[in-house]
Design a protein around this ligand. Structure first.
Ligand code: ATP
Ligand code: MG
Length: 376
Protein backbone atom coordinates (compact mmCIF):
# COMPACT_ATOMS: atom_id res chain seq x y z
CA UNK A 1 0.00 0.00 0.00
CA UNK A 2 1.70 3.14 -1.19
CA UNK A 3 1.11 6.26 0.82
CA UNK A 4 -1.27 8.39 -1.30
CA UNK A 5 -0.26 11.75 0.21
CA UNK A 6 2.39 13.93 -1.37
CA UNK A 7 4.25 17.05 -0.34
CA UNK A 8 6.10 17.93 -3.53
CA UNK A 9 4.69 20.10 -6.29
CA UNK A 10 1.73 18.08 -7.51
CA UNK A 11 1.86 16.93 -11.10
CA UNK A 12 -1.33 17.46 -13.10
CA UNK A 13 -2.24 13.77 -12.91
CA UNK A 14 -1.91 13.53 -9.11
CA UNK A 15 -4.96 13.76 -6.85
CA UNK A 16 -5.90 17.34 -6.10
CA UNK A 17 -8.30 18.64 -3.50
CA UNK A 18 -10.90 21.13 -4.70
CA UNK A 19 -9.72 24.35 -6.48
CA UNK A 20 -12.38 23.62 -9.08
CA UNK A 21 -13.52 27.22 -9.47
CA UNK A 22 -9.96 28.52 -9.52
CA UNK A 23 -9.00 26.01 -12.20
CA UNK A 24 -11.95 26.95 -14.35
CA UNK A 25 -11.43 30.65 -13.93
CA UNK A 26 -7.70 30.56 -14.60
CA UNK A 27 -8.05 28.35 -17.63
CA UNK A 28 -10.59 30.74 -19.00
CA UNK A 29 -8.33 33.77 -18.42
CA UNK A 30 -5.53 31.87 -20.13
CA UNK A 31 -7.70 31.23 -23.16
CA UNK A 32 -8.80 34.85 -23.24
CA UNK A 33 -5.25 36.15 -23.15
CA UNK A 34 -5.76 37.93 -19.81
CA UNK A 35 -3.05 38.61 -17.23
CA UNK A 36 -3.61 37.29 -13.71
CA UNK A 37 -1.83 37.57 -10.37
CA UNK A 38 -2.18 34.61 -8.00
CA UNK A 39 -1.16 35.29 -4.45
CA UNK A 40 -1.16 33.15 -1.32
CA UNK A 41 1.24 32.25 1.49
CA UNK A 42 3.95 29.65 1.04
CA UNK A 43 2.87 26.12 0.23
CA UNK A 44 -0.74 26.88 -0.56
CA UNK A 45 -0.55 25.09 -3.88
CA UNK A 46 0.08 28.01 -6.25
CA UNK A 47 2.65 26.24 -8.39
CA UNK A 48 0.67 22.99 -8.47
CA UNK A 49 -2.45 24.90 -9.51
CA UNK A 50 -0.69 26.80 -12.28
CA UNK A 51 0.91 23.58 -13.57
CA UNK A 52 -2.58 22.13 -13.79
CA UNK A 53 -3.96 25.18 -15.55
CA UNK A 54 -1.10 25.11 -18.04
CA UNK A 55 -1.58 21.39 -18.56
CA UNK A 56 -5.20 22.01 -19.51
CA UNK A 57 -4.27 24.88 -21.78
CA UNK A 58 -1.64 22.71 -23.44
CA UNK A 59 -4.32 20.13 -24.14
CA UNK A 60 -6.20 22.87 -25.98
CA UNK A 61 -3.10 23.44 -28.07
CA UNK A 62 -2.05 26.61 -26.28
CA UNK A 63 1.72 26.92 -25.90
CA UNK A 64 2.68 27.16 -22.21
CA UNK A 65 5.86 28.65 -20.79
CA UNK A 66 6.78 28.42 -17.13
CA UNK A 67 9.66 30.37 -15.55
CA UNK A 68 10.69 30.20 -11.91
CA UNK A 69 12.02 33.48 -10.48
CA UNK A 70 12.59 32.27 -6.94
CA UNK A 71 15.73 33.85 -5.44
CA UNK A 72 16.79 35.68 -8.56
CA UNK A 73 20.30 37.01 -8.03
CA UNK A 74 20.88 39.31 -10.98
CA UNK A 75 19.52 40.59 -14.28
CA UNK A 76 21.69 37.99 -16.07
CA UNK A 77 20.05 35.32 -13.98
CA UNK A 78 16.60 36.65 -14.95
CA UNK A 79 17.51 36.70 -18.65
CA UNK A 80 18.84 33.17 -18.50
CA UNK A 81 15.81 31.79 -16.69
CA UNK A 82 13.47 33.52 -19.11
CA UNK A 83 15.39 32.27 -22.14
CA UNK A 84 15.44 28.71 -20.87
CA UNK A 85 11.71 28.82 -20.08
CA UNK A 86 10.85 30.15 -23.53
CA UNK A 87 12.88 27.55 -25.39
CA UNK A 88 11.65 24.72 -23.12
CA UNK A 89 8.02 25.81 -23.58
CA UNK A 90 8.37 25.96 -27.36
CA UNK A 91 10.17 22.64 -27.38
CA UNK A 92 7.30 21.03 -25.47
CA UNK A 93 4.84 22.53 -27.91
CA UNK A 94 6.71 21.25 -30.90
CA UNK A 95 10.10 19.55 -30.66
CA UNK A 96 12.94 21.91 -31.42
CA UNK A 97 14.94 18.90 -32.52
CA UNK A 98 12.30 18.44 -35.16
CA UNK A 99 9.82 20.89 -36.72
CA UNK A 100 10.05 23.46 -33.95
CA UNK A 101 13.61 24.20 -35.04
CA UNK A 102 12.35 26.97 -37.29
CA UNK A 103 11.33 29.00 -34.24
CA UNK A 104 14.91 29.40 -33.13
CA UNK A 105 15.45 31.92 -35.91
CA UNK A 106 13.07 34.23 -34.05
CA UNK A 107 15.40 34.23 -31.07
CA UNK A 108 18.84 35.17 -32.37
CA UNK A 109 19.94 36.26 -28.89
CA UNK A 110 19.43 32.76 -27.47
CA UNK A 111 21.82 29.99 -28.32
CA UNK A 112 20.23 26.59 -27.82
CA UNK A 113 22.14 23.35 -27.43
CA UNK A 114 21.06 19.79 -26.83
CA UNK A 115 23.34 17.34 -25.16
CA UNK A 116 22.63 13.64 -25.01
CA UNK A 117 22.74 12.22 -21.53
CA UNK A 118 24.96 9.12 -21.94
CA UNK A 119 23.12 7.27 -19.15
CA UNK A 120 19.58 7.70 -20.48
CA UNK A 121 20.21 8.54 -24.12
CA UNK A 122 17.79 11.45 -23.64
CA UNK A 123 18.55 14.93 -24.98
CA UNK A 124 18.77 17.69 -22.41
CA UNK A 125 18.35 21.30 -23.31
CA UNK A 126 20.62 24.18 -22.47
CA UNK A 127 20.54 27.82 -23.42
CA UNK A 128 23.07 30.62 -23.44
CA UNK A 129 22.89 34.19 -24.57
CA UNK A 130 24.51 34.33 -28.00
CA UNK A 131 26.28 37.64 -27.88
CA UNK A 132 27.92 38.35 -24.60
CA UNK A 133 25.97 41.52 -23.97
CA UNK A 134 27.98 43.73 -21.68
CA UNK A 135 24.82 45.25 -20.32
CA UNK A 136 22.37 42.61 -19.07
CA UNK A 137 19.56 45.18 -19.34
CA UNK A 138 20.16 45.26 -23.08
CA UNK A 139 20.03 41.48 -23.15
CA UNK A 140 16.72 41.56 -21.29
CA UNK A 141 15.28 44.14 -23.63
CA UNK A 142 16.42 42.15 -26.66
CA UNK A 143 14.83 38.94 -25.49
CA UNK A 144 11.57 40.68 -24.60
CA UNK A 145 11.51 42.26 -28.05
CA UNK A 146 12.17 38.90 -29.66
CA UNK A 147 9.27 37.37 -27.74
CA UNK A 148 7.02 40.24 -28.83
CA UNK A 149 7.92 39.87 -32.50
CA UNK A 150 7.57 36.11 -32.32
CA UNK A 151 4.08 36.40 -30.84
CA UNK A 152 3.09 38.84 -33.55
CA UNK A 153 4.33 36.60 -36.30
CA UNK A 154 3.35 33.13 -35.17
CA UNK A 155 -0.31 32.54 -34.91
CA UNK A 156 -0.83 30.57 -31.78
CA UNK A 157 -1.82 31.32 -28.23
CA UNK A 158 0.71 31.42 -25.44
CA UNK A 159 0.38 31.39 -21.65
CA UNK A 160 3.46 32.46 -19.71
CA UNK A 161 3.66 31.81 -15.94
CA UNK A 162 6.25 33.69 -13.89
CA UNK A 163 6.54 31.96 -10.51
CA UNK A 164 7.69 33.92 -7.43
CA UNK A 165 7.51 36.98 -9.64
CA UNK A 166 8.04 39.37 -6.70
CA UNK A 167 11.64 38.21 -6.45
CA UNK A 168 12.46 40.58 -9.35
CA UNK A 169 12.52 43.21 -6.62
CA UNK A 170 15.49 41.52 -4.94
CA UNK A 171 17.72 42.13 -7.95
CA UNK A 172 17.72 45.77 -6.89
CA UNK A 173 17.62 47.05 -10.45
CA UNK A 174 14.51 49.25 -10.63
CA UNK A 175 14.59 49.48 -14.42
CA UNK A 176 13.70 45.76 -14.67
CA UNK A 177 10.15 46.26 -13.50
CA UNK A 178 9.45 49.07 -15.96
CA UNK A 179 11.06 47.21 -18.83
CA UNK A 180 9.08 44.03 -18.16
CA UNK A 181 5.86 45.99 -17.94
CA UNK A 182 6.52 47.92 -21.11
CA UNK A 183 6.97 44.72 -23.13
CA UNK A 184 4.48 42.47 -21.38
CA UNK A 185 1.63 44.92 -22.01
CA UNK A 186 2.31 44.63 -25.74
CA UNK A 187 2.84 40.85 -25.82
CA UNK A 188 0.01 38.89 -27.37
CA UNK A 189 0.02 36.36 -24.53
CA UNK A 190 -1.64 35.58 -21.23
CA UNK A 191 0.66 36.08 -18.26
CA UNK A 192 0.21 34.47 -14.85
CA UNK A 193 2.24 36.13 -12.12
CA UNK A 194 2.35 34.10 -8.93
CA UNK A 195 4.10 34.48 -5.66
CA UNK A 196 4.10 33.97 -1.94
CA UNK A 197 5.53 37.13 -0.44
CA UNK A 198 2.13 38.72 -0.74
CA UNK A 199 2.98 42.21 0.45
CA UNK A 200 5.83 42.55 -2.00
CA UNK A 201 3.87 41.03 -4.88
CA UNK A 202 0.73 43.06 -4.22
CA UNK A 203 2.68 46.27 -3.98
CA UNK A 204 3.97 45.70 -7.51
CA UNK A 205 0.41 45.57 -8.85
CA UNK A 206 -1.50 47.83 -6.48
CA UNK A 207 0.84 50.73 -5.96
CA UNK A 208 -0.10 53.64 -8.18
CA UNK A 209 3.48 54.71 -8.63
CA UNK A 210 4.68 51.40 -10.03
CA UNK A 211 4.74 50.24 -13.66
CA UNK A 212 2.50 47.17 -13.22
CA UNK A 213 -0.22 49.17 -11.42
CA UNK A 214 -3.63 47.57 -12.08
CA UNK A 215 -2.37 45.63 -15.06
CA UNK A 216 -3.77 42.21 -14.09
CA UNK A 217 -6.72 40.43 -12.52
CA UNK A 218 -6.00 39.65 -8.86
CA UNK A 219 -6.76 36.19 -7.52
CA UNK A 220 -6.18 35.21 -3.92
CA UNK A 221 -5.92 31.54 -3.06
CA UNK A 222 -7.53 30.68 0.25
CA UNK A 223 -7.02 27.59 2.38
CA UNK A 224 -8.98 24.54 1.23
CA UNK A 225 -12.67 24.22 2.22
CA UNK A 226 -12.98 21.90 5.22
CA UNK A 227 -15.58 19.51 3.77
CA UNK A 228 -13.48 19.09 0.64
CA UNK A 229 -10.46 18.30 2.79
CA UNK A 230 -12.44 15.63 4.63
CA UNK A 231 -13.61 14.01 1.38
CA UNK A 232 -10.12 14.19 -0.05
CA UNK A 233 -8.51 12.46 2.94
CA UNK A 234 -11.24 9.81 3.24
CA UNK A 235 -10.98 9.01 -0.48
CA UNK A 236 -7.21 8.93 -0.57
CA UNK A 237 -7.10 6.49 2.34
CA UNK A 238 -9.77 4.32 0.73
CA UNK A 239 -8.02 4.22 -2.61
CA UNK A 240 -4.81 3.13 -0.95
CA UNK A 241 -6.61 0.34 0.92
CA UNK A 242 -7.01 1.88 4.39
CA UNK A 243 -9.88 3.56 6.14
CA UNK A 244 -10.08 7.04 7.59
CA UNK A 245 -13.44 7.81 9.22
CA UNK A 246 -14.82 11.27 8.43
CA UNK A 247 -14.40 12.58 11.99
CA UNK A 248 -10.72 11.60 11.97
CA UNK A 249 -10.24 13.21 8.56
CA UNK A 250 -11.89 16.34 9.95
CA UNK A 251 -9.49 16.30 12.90
CA UNK A 252 -6.57 16.25 10.44
CA UNK A 253 -8.01 19.16 8.47
CA UNK A 254 -8.76 21.20 11.59
CA UNK A 255 -5.40 20.57 13.21
CA UNK A 256 -3.65 22.25 10.26
CA UNK A 257 -6.40 24.79 9.54
CA UNK A 258 -6.88 23.37 6.01
CA UNK A 259 -3.44 24.59 5.02
CA UNK A 260 -2.80 22.61 1.80
CA UNK A 261 0.78 21.49 2.38
CA UNK A 262 0.22 20.51 6.01
CA UNK A 263 -2.99 18.73 5.14
CA UNK A 264 -0.98 16.37 2.97
CA UNK A 265 1.96 16.23 5.37
CA UNK A 266 -0.18 15.35 8.39
CA UNK A 267 -2.32 12.88 6.46
CA UNK A 268 0.90 11.31 5.16
CA UNK A 269 2.15 10.74 8.71
CA UNK A 270 -1.21 9.48 9.93
CA UNK A 271 -1.39 7.03 7.03
CA UNK A 272 2.07 5.72 7.92
CA UNK A 273 1.12 5.20 11.56
CA UNK A 274 -2.17 3.38 11.19
CA UNK A 275 -2.62 -0.28 10.40
CA UNK A 276 -5.96 -0.48 8.67
CA UNK A 277 -8.04 2.31 10.12
CA UNK A 278 -6.82 5.73 11.15
CA UNK A 279 -7.70 6.88 14.66
CA UNK A 280 -7.60 10.19 16.52
CA UNK A 281 -4.61 8.87 18.48
CA UNK A 282 -2.79 8.32 15.20
CA UNK A 283 -3.48 11.93 14.29
CA UNK A 284 -2.15 13.23 17.60
CA UNK A 285 1.01 11.19 17.24
CA UNK A 286 1.34 12.12 13.56
CA UNK A 287 1.17 15.80 14.46
CA UNK A 288 4.06 15.41 16.91
CA UNK A 289 6.13 13.71 14.22
CA UNK A 290 5.22 16.47 11.78
CA UNK A 291 6.33 19.17 14.22
CA UNK A 292 9.57 17.33 14.84
CA UNK A 293 10.14 17.05 11.11
CA UNK A 294 9.39 20.68 10.29
CA UNK A 295 11.59 21.88 13.15
CA UNK A 296 14.66 22.22 10.92
CA UNK A 297 12.92 24.60 8.56
CA UNK A 298 11.60 26.68 11.45
CA UNK A 299 15.00 26.84 13.07
CA UNK A 300 16.37 28.06 9.75
CA UNK A 301 13.78 30.85 9.71
CA UNK A 302 14.55 32.09 13.21
CA UNK A 303 18.28 31.90 12.62
CA UNK A 304 17.84 34.15 9.61
CA UNK A 305 16.11 36.99 11.50
CA UNK A 306 17.28 39.54 14.06
CA UNK A 307 16.65 39.33 17.79
CA UNK A 308 14.06 42.11 17.60
CA UNK A 309 12.22 40.33 14.79
CA UNK A 310 12.25 37.08 16.73
CA UNK A 311 10.92 38.80 19.82
CA UNK A 312 7.98 40.16 17.87
CA UNK A 313 7.35 36.80 16.21
CA UNK A 314 7.26 35.09 19.59
CA UNK A 315 5.00 37.76 21.03
CA UNK A 316 2.51 37.40 18.17
CA UNK A 317 2.60 33.61 18.47
CA UNK A 318 1.84 33.98 22.17
CA UNK A 319 -1.04 36.42 21.68
CA UNK A 320 -2.68 37.60 18.49
CA UNK A 321 -3.00 41.32 18.82
CA UNK A 322 -4.44 44.24 16.94
CA UNK A 323 -2.33 46.90 18.62
CA UNK A 324 1.28 45.78 18.36
CA UNK A 325 2.48 49.18 19.46
CA UNK A 326 0.28 49.55 22.55
CA UNK A 327 2.20 50.17 25.77
CA UNK A 328 0.71 47.07 27.27
CA UNK A 329 1.90 44.80 24.44
CA UNK A 330 5.34 46.43 24.33
CA UNK A 331 5.83 46.04 28.07
CA UNK A 332 4.52 42.50 28.31
CA UNK A 333 6.94 41.31 25.64
CA UNK A 334 9.89 43.57 26.34
CA UNK A 335 9.61 45.36 22.97
CA UNK A 336 10.31 48.92 21.86
CA UNK A 337 8.14 51.03 19.57
CA UNK A 338 10.83 51.50 16.91
CA UNK A 339 11.81 47.82 17.12
CA UNK A 340 8.21 46.68 16.57
CA UNK A 341 7.67 49.02 13.64
CA UNK A 342 10.69 47.84 11.71
CA UNK A 343 10.24 44.17 12.67
CA UNK A 344 6.57 44.26 11.65
CA UNK A 345 7.50 45.61 8.22
CA UNK A 346 10.18 42.97 7.70
CA UNK A 347 8.11 40.04 8.99
CA UNK A 348 5.10 40.95 6.91
CA UNK A 349 7.23 41.40 3.79
CA UNK A 350 8.55 37.92 4.40
CA UNK A 351 4.93 36.80 4.81
CA UNK A 352 5.68 35.37 8.23
CA UNK A 353 2.97 37.49 9.85
CA UNK A 354 -0.30 38.86 8.50
CA UNK A 355 -3.28 40.89 9.60
CA UNK A 356 -6.57 39.01 9.74
CA UNK A 357 -9.88 40.50 8.60
CA UNK A 358 -10.50 41.75 12.16
CA UNK A 359 -7.06 43.43 12.09
CA UNK A 360 -5.35 41.06 14.49
CA UNK A 361 -1.76 40.18 13.69
CA UNK A 362 -0.97 36.51 13.54
CA UNK A 363 1.63 34.03 12.39
CA UNK A 364 0.69 32.97 8.84
CA UNK A 365 1.79 29.34 9.13
CA UNK A 366 -0.29 27.46 11.74
CA UNK A 367 2.27 24.75 12.42
CA UNK A 368 5.11 27.26 12.73
CA UNK A 369 2.87 29.15 15.15
CA UNK A 370 2.36 25.99 17.26
CA UNK A 371 6.11 25.32 17.19
CA UNK A 372 6.91 28.88 18.32
CA UNK A 373 4.43 28.60 21.16
CA UNK A 374 6.12 25.45 22.35
CA UNK A 375 9.72 26.37 21.69
CA UNK A 376 9.65 29.64 23.64
N1 ATP B 1 -5.38 21.39 -4.05
C1 ATP B 1 -4.54 20.66 -3.33
N2 ATP B 1 -4.86 19.43 -2.92
C2 ATP B 1 -4.04 18.71 -2.18
N3 ATP B 1 -2.84 19.11 -1.79
C3 ATP B 1 -2.43 20.32 -2.16
C4 ATP B 1 -3.25 21.16 -2.96
N4 ATP B 1 -2.60 22.29 -3.18
C5 ATP B 1 -1.41 22.17 -2.57
N5 ATP B 1 -1.31 20.99 -1.95
C6 ATP B 1 -0.18 20.54 -1.14
O1 ATP B 1 0.64 21.66 -0.91
C7 ATP B 1 1.97 21.37 -1.34
C8 ATP B 1 2.60 22.63 -1.86
O2 ATP B 1 2.14 22.90 -3.14
P1 ATP B 1 2.89 23.91 -4.11
O3 ATP B 1 4.34 23.67 -4.09
O4 ATP B 1 2.16 23.87 -5.39
O5 ATP B 1 2.54 25.27 -3.35
P2 ATP B 1 3.15 26.73 -3.54
O6 ATP B 1 2.12 27.65 -3.02
O7 ATP B 1 3.63 26.90 -4.92
O8 ATP B 1 4.37 26.65 -2.52
P3 ATP B 1 5.72 27.52 -2.45
O9 ATP B 1 5.34 28.75 -1.72
O10 ATP B 1 6.65 26.66 -1.66
O11 ATP B 1 6.18 27.77 -3.84
C9 ATP B 1 1.82 20.25 -2.34
O12 ATP B 1 2.89 19.40 -2.34
C10 ATP B 1 0.66 19.50 -1.79
O13 ATP B 1 1.11 18.63 -0.79
MG1 MG C 1 5.49 27.46 -5.64
Amino acid sequence: MNNPFHTDILEPDQPFCNRVDELRELTSHGRNGMNVVIFAPRRYGKTSLVKRVQHRLAQENICVIYAQFMRLVSVEDLVHRLAKAIISGLHEYESILDKGKRWLSHFPSIQTTFTIDPATGMPSLDVQMTKRQLDPMVALETILEEVGKFLEKENFQVCIALDEFQDIVDIKEPRVEALLREHIQRHKASYIFLGSRRRVLLDIFNNRGRPFYQSAIMMELATLPEDECVDFIVNQFAQAGKKCPADVARAIAEKVEQYPYYLQALAYRAFELCEKECTLENVTKAYEILLENERYGYQGIIQGISTGQLKLLRAIAAEEQAALTSNNFLQTHGLTLGGVQSARKFLSEQDLIEQTADKHWRIVDPVFRAWLQRAF
